[in-house]
Design a protein around this ligand. Sequence first.
Ligand code: THU
Length: 132
Amino acid sequence: MEKEKLVEMARDINKRAYVPYSHFPVGAAILHPDGKVTKGVNVENVSFGATNCAERTAFFTAITNGYKKGDFKAIAIAGDTEDFLPPCSICRQVMAELCSPEMPVYLTNENHEIKELTLRELLPYAFTDLDM
Ligand code: THU
């Protein structure tokens, strides 16, 4: 699948975000090796710390649906933002657990431009191992 299509899927799904507090919708779309896509949105809570980001919603849904560590070819993240919207650091850590450091992460902005980074670029020196 072309990255443009994955990015547009992330943009389309952000309309379903539950964001009564921030009014900041985010959508994520993960491409799997079988060509299927798992999507997620941010789901907020009046107890703010209970909020779940779009990226983690997508990863946790994928795991629930049977995908395993390594079954993640790329992720696209889209808000309605002027600048490229990067994943928060908790979501980067979840990606470090489940994805290759070489996995492409596609960011986008309101002009539909795409910035492509690897997970390694987003999270160098990741904590991934207890056997240190
Ligand atoms: N948010 C995401 O869903 N993903 C990100 O990468 C950044 C932040 C959400 C959390 C919260 O619902 C809103 O955006 C504002 O922080």
